[in-house]
Write a protein that binds this ligand. Structure first.
Ligand code: AGP
Length: 612
């Protein structure tokens, strides 16, 4: 949450920073601000999106080659002009941008107030910059030392960049539990919460580690120290990201583009890992842990939101194919309930961003108790990826839309490969069944293309329901997590209340909600518990509920009962989530657009949830 960007170099900082904020806006978008050094620190900030800030400063002489900028997702204090970042210190000699939460800010604030500091905002961030100034004023220390000392007093998470009027050719940056990437150009440095604002300028990046401080001075090499002042050697990595992946590419929204990218992203997630001809699955990242997986006492999957839903599909897959008991936990619950863990447990963390605070904390806890941690992340170099013992990247490409779409199908693809790889190595799957599944898996990208051809039809269905206030999503077996994911997608971008349920649970309560006003999306693909789901459809019908059914191509039974049917290609039951999810993504997208919602930046949400 919150996007931070900073620049020091030979170009004008302002356009680079505004452009960077636009790229990072998916991380938070309630207010934005910029500060540029030019003799003094010129600071502009306001409530609203980056476009508002850009418009405001368009005709102002915001010149200078060193600056910082921020796009906010409010934690402490309302989203207003005053609480927007950057924040000045009392003397206005220092300014800071911050992503994260300073947990002991109230205690520190009280001490600073007693020393005469006056606070303009309600933020925890202002406390940090005042503390740095206080240390500078009283300690005869350098700016770097002051930042180090301040960060040693701070409890919480931070990615910060500090600038000083007295040191106009310097940026001081630090991180703990919130991401920070440093791009190294020719005589210039680009800092950001992730690599998306950097990739158009340089491919050479350094990912800062927890409790490290980057000291960036004009015409000098990057220096990294810890907050305890130990020297570190910067490890420069090459970015493998294309600029085109960050553009809408002709689509109206990132979300739509990302939905339509799924034939490619699912293929990419399996590329080099699935060898159909020789019947080999090899997830390189976990190769060294395969024996551990085979002998695991149990697997615990942790994640949040959509990634948690992918985890549920993973549970079904791993239990069915590899016969290992699996538990799927909300990371936020797992981390606080003193879970029983040992060296025989494997914890799989699933996260698109790789930065979700609860998931990160959950794996840190599991690690401390001796469990092996495998990460399934999309963002390369992210905190969860680095905190894990091993893992697999999903390779879905940057996901910019706040609603997760292609990341989900890529996560499910990886989990399918993982379950199959363990099953084969463990001998819990026959040779012929293994081949049957992998051949079908290989066809999934083509079948996704077929599902995407239903876009117009789904728009038509959305037109009939965009006015409703509630929706029910029902599915069983592999379709149960799909129902949950469909409901989440609808509520997060269209603000329609939606519930996902296992279809059989309907009669234990939700059936009371059904009347002619209640549309029910029923996942009734033709395998597994099809007959039972058909019975549920009858029950809904006899209570005048409206039915939108996702069925297998050629189905006639459900067609007779449903108000609308969406036909998806036939596939293996365990691969159905990879197809059935897609019409639900499109339905949510069209409903949201018809209701005039901002699908890429829905209200109150942020892409990367780096706070608890
Ligand atoms: C998905 O559409 C949501 N925006 C959200 O639930 C998301 O999946 C969740 O915050 C987890 O994010 P992660 O995958 O980056 O960890």
């Amino acid at each position: 949450m919150c996007g931070i960007v900073a620049y020091l170099g030979h170009q004008q900082a302002c356009p680079i920073l505004i452009n960077g904020l636009r790229r990072l806006e998916y991380r938070g978008y309630d207010s934005a601000g910029i500060a540029i050094i030019n003799e003094t620190i010129h600071l502009y900030k306001n409530q609203g999106k980056v476009a508002t800030l850009a418009q405001r400063i368009e005709n102002l002489p915001v010149t200078g080659t060193v600056g910082i900028a921020h796009t906010r997702w409010a934690t402490h204090g309302l989203p207003n002009d005053v609480n927007a970042h950057p924040h000045f210190s009392q003397s206005e000699n220092l300014a800071i941008i911050h992503n994260g939460i300073i947990e002991n800010y109230a205690t520190l604030k009280k001490i600073l107030q007693e020393r005469g500091y006056i606070f303009r905002s309600e933020t925890d961030t202002e406390v940090l910059i005042q503390l740095i100034e206080d240390i500078l004023n009283n300690g005869r220390v350098s700016l770097v030392e002051a930042v180090q000392q301040a960060l040693n007093q701070v409890i919480g998470a931070y990615a910060i960049v500090v600038i000083s009027r007295n040191e106009p050719d310097m940026l001081v940056a630090a991180r703990k539990s919130s991401p920070l990437v440093i791009g190294i150009g020719k005589g210039e440095y680009f800092l950001a919460s992730d690599a998306t604002p950097i990739v158009e300028y340089t491919k050479d990046v350094v990912y800062l580690n927890d409790e490290e401080i980057a000291i960036i001075r004009r015409n000098e090499d990057l220096k990294i120290k810890t907050i305890k002042n130990a020297d570190k050697i910067p490890y420069i990595q090459k970015l493998e990201m294309n600029l085109s992946a960050l553009e809408k590419g002709g689509f109206a929204h990132f979300m739509l583009k990302e939905i339509f990218e799924q034939p490619v992203s699912v293929r990419d997630s399996m590329r080099g890992r699935l060898d159909i001809d020789n019947g080999i699955i090899s997830l390189g990242g976990i190769r060294d842990y395969l024996q551990k997986l085979i002998h695991a006492r149990r697997i615990i999957i942790v994640g949040c939101g959509t990634s948690w839903h992918a985890g549920l599909v993973g549970e079904y897959l791993i239990e069915e194919l590899a016969r290992i008991p699996v538990e799927v936990e909300y990371a936020s619950e797992f981390r606080y309930r003193n879970p029983i863990l040992s060296e025989k447990d494997i914890v799989i963390a699933i996260s698109q961003s790789g930065e979700t605070a609860d998931t990160l904390a959950a794996i840190q806890l599991a690690k401390s108790k001796g469990a092996t941690i495998l990460g399934i992340c999309n963002v390369v170099g992210s905190s969860i990826a680095r905190e894990s013992h091993a893992g697999s990247y999903t390779h879905a490409g940057p996901e910019i839309g706040v609603a997760s779409t292609k990341a989900f199908t890529a996560q499910v693809s990886i989990l399918t490969l993982l379950a199959l790889e363990i099953a084969k190595a463990k001998g819990t799957i026959t040779h012929s069944r293994f081949f049957q599944i992998i051949r079908e898996l290989d066809k999934i990208p083509e079948k996704i293309e077929k599902v995407l051809e239903l876009n117009e039809r789904i728009l038509e269905i959305a037109r009939n329901y965009s006015h409703v206030r509630n929706f029910l999503y029902l599915g069983r077996g592999y379709n149960f997590p799909v129902a949950l994911e469909g409901a989440l997608k609808l509520k997060e971008i269209s603000y329609i209340h939606a519930e996902g349920y296992p279809a059989a649970e309907m009669k234990h309560g939700p059936i009371a909600l059904i009347d002619e006003e209640m549309p029910c999306v029923v996942l009734a693909t033709n395998k597994g518990t099809y007959d039972k789901v058909v019975t549920n459809i009858m029950e809904i019908k006899s209570r005048k509920g409206k039915i939108i059914a996702i069925v297998t191509r050629g189905d006639s039974l459900v067609r007779e009962q449903a108000d609308y049917v969406i036909e998806i290609p036939e596939t293996e039951e365990l691969l159905v989530p990879l197809l059935a999810t897609i019409p639900l993504q499109l339905l949510s997208y069209h409903m949201a657009i018809l209701r005039g919602c901002d699908v890429d930046q829905p209200r109150n949400l942020a892409k990367s949830v780096t706070v608890e």
